[in-house]
Design a protein around this ligand. Structure first.
Ligand code: IMP
Length: 192
């Protein structure tokens, strides 16, 4: 099976390629196709928008994901708006700084990362999978690896380390994206 990647974000491309690269042929997003505006208010809605746009532009099956970080004490924020938490053109560091300032002095730091992964075929059929992991938000950033909120997210089954303190393989073994894409691959494997 060949799938066109809906994302051009090199951090996500690296992770998705490590997770799916052995079971499907992954093609880069065609040049000239820009980012799709994420106008839905659910992960599955935004993931579907991205995959549908790339399937339509390429005429081939496309794979997308959308990820949210849900912090319990913030009533689930930043949630689906995790990329724009500190503003429209926020950097990873801006978003991390905003999250840490919102949680300044807060003891209950429980959170959940959730990813919806989707494949949309040119005829409109789709395969959807979800993966999530519970953890908590660290007091200060730790680690040099990964991207996004990785320096402040401590998954429950990671020995107290942040994602950014893990190798890619260690992160993927427990991560929201790892779980979502392994579930997606299992479903793709069952297709006739
Ligand atoms: P999106 O799926 O591209 O909309 O991602 C939403 C936001 O969550 C972005 O700011 C990403 O940096 C962040 N994000 C997505 N996946 C991860 C991850 O695996 N670790 C840390 N941050 C992530």
């Amino acid at each position: 099976m060949r799938l066109v990647l809906a994302t051009a974000n090199p951090d996500k491309v690296r992770e998705i390629t490590a997770l799916l690269g052995d079971v499907v042929e992954l093609l880069a997003r065609p040049p000239g196709v820009g980012d799709v505006e994420e106008t839905e208010d659910t992960l599955v809605g935004n993931a579907r928008l991205k995959a549908q746009a790339i399937a339509a532009a390429s005429g081939e099956a496309a794979v997308a994901d959308d990820t949210g970080l849900e912090v319990d004490v913030l009533d689930g924020r930043p949630g689906v708006y995790a990329a724009r938490y500190a503003g429209e053109s926020a950097t990873y560091a801006d978003n991390v700084a905003k999250l840490l300032s919102e949680l300044d002095g807060v003891e209950d730091r429980k959170a959940r990362f959730r990813t919806v992964a989707i494949v949309v075929f040119p005829d409109g059929r789709e395969v959807v999978a979800e993966g999530s992991v519970r953890g908590f938000i660290a007091i200060d950033p730790r680690g040099e690896r990964g991207f996004g909120y990785d320096p402040v997210f401590v998954p429950v089954d990671g020995g107290g380390r942040t994602y950014a303190e893990m190798s890619l393989a260690e992160k993927q073994a427990v991560s929201h994206r790892g779980r979502a894409f392994r579930a997606l691959a299992a479903q793709l494997d069952q297709l006739p």
